[in-house]
Design a protein around this ligand. Structure first.
Ligand SMILES: Cc1ncc(COP(=O)(O)O)c(C=O)c1O
Length: 374
């Protein structure tokens, strides 16, 4: 009746219907990856990438595992290393929030903070720093989530099938933020194999090279500028980005994503991270194309607790110009009549009693079986 390791609780995350979405005719379902033990979708890829490297003998006992990460992959890696006895070193960009860095340290990782606005090839960038540490430290392994395609494989094997079965094979649109590309490419490939008509929509940031590269094949350095949304957008073309399964890239602004993520918390009770607001904003941007028959799945990558000093901090929102002084974001939300989304109180009480009876019956049955064996 117990599991051997917290790693076994990864995946099988819930798909929750958004109830208060306005002006979108389709059914919109959110895949809540914050329900993983490391609070993000990165748990799926790290467990798989570490297991594959162990199987191939690339990670040996006592190894140091190194990664360049915006925080979430680091958190999942630190969690893996803590359960398996490896040392963990993470290089992060200086745009990573304070809470994320503290969380990494809490799990025993060593964190190296690198400047945010430098080219990836620059020796000071968090990519270059990770590579050079891996060269210098004996018995070390560089996980390399951008170019290790086990990343997208993990989503092909888990996230894709989960969404396909959770929607009863009815999904018509998949909307997902693109960073390394692993989540959208692996999940998108699985969904397209089941039904080639499923539209796969990648969400990109203003200041990322991905959208233009998808549309023209041109890597245009001139579009690069800092993006506030963590995990979203790229200044490189990662090997995990399978452009062939992506129908369209939609660009979302830092401001719109920040406002939408606060809506998800206040209107849906979904306390999720910055890029989740970008995914919701993308649905609003494509609203005109959607009909009542469409089933849209948006992937919410991580948990809101990692952004308390940013999007959930009114002062930070005002400093960015996302909120006027003295105004709460979308005050109108609070005044709006919310849809009744849950069971009425009496039904919940009946549910608790039935569930408790079921648990007691199951426990009595197990106990009887043990006694028979003894
Ligand atoms: C919060 C967040 N959202 C979205 C993404 C993008 O996911 P992927 O790297 O699989 O494209 C990441 C990845 O770093 C992330 O941390």
């Amino acid at each position: 009746m117990y599991i051997e390791s917290v790693l076994e609780t990864i995946g099988n995350t819930p798909l929750v219907r958004l109830q208060n979405i306005q002006g979108v005719k389709a059914k919109v379902l959110a895949k809540v990856e914050a329900c993983n033990p490391g609070l993000s979708a990165k748990d799926r890829i790290v467990r798989y990438m570490v297991a594959k490297a162990e199987q191939l003998g690339k990670i040996k006992p006592g190894a140091t595992i190194i990664e360049a990460t915006s925080g979430n992959t680091g958190f999942s890696l630190a969690l893996n290393c803590a359960t398996k006895g490896y040392k963990c070193i993470l290089t992060v960009s200086s745009k990573t929030s304070k809470e994320k860095i503290q969380g990494l340290k809490a799990l025993g990782a060593e964190v190296v903070v690198c400047p945010k606005d430098v080219a990836p090839e620059d020796p000071r960038s968090y990519y270059s720093q990770a590579k050079s540490l891996a060269k210098r430290i004996p018995n070390s392994y560089y996980l390399n989530q951008n170019f290790n395609t086990d990343n997208m494989e993990a989503h092909y094997l888990t996230t894709g099938p989960e969404i396909w079965y959770q929607t009863g094979e009815k999904i018509t649109h998949y909307v997902c933020c693109a960073g390394t590309g692993g989540t959208i490419s692996g999940t998108g490939r699985y969904l397209k194999e089941q039904n080639p008509d499923v539209k796969v929509i990648a969400v990109d940031g203003e200041g990322s090279v991905l959208k233009k590269y998808h549309e023209t094949g041109i890597y245009d350095r001139s579009v690069i500028r800092p993006i506030l949304i963590e995990g979203l957008g790229k200044t490189i073309i990662p090997a995990n980005m399978d452009f062939s399964v992506i129908d369209e890239f939609l660009r979302v602004s830092d401001k719109n994503a920040a406002l939408r993520v606060r809506e998800l918390a206040k209107e849906e009770g979904l306390f999720v991270g910055y890029s989740s607001g970008a995914a919701l904003q993308a649905v609003y941007q494509m609203a005109d194309e959607l009909t009542e028959d469409d089933v849209v799945v948006i992937l919410l990558s991580d948990h809101g607790s990692r952004y308390l000093s940013k999007i959930f901090n009114d002062l930070w929102m005002k400093e960015q110009g996302f909120m006027e002084a003295g105004q709460d974001v979308r005050d109108d939300i609070l005044q709006r009549q919310q849809a009744a989304v849950s069971l009425p109180g009496s039904d919940y009480i009946r549910y608790y009693k039935r569930y408790s009876r079921l648990l007691r019956r199951r426990y009595r049955h197990l106990k009887d079986n043990w006694q028979q064996k003894i």
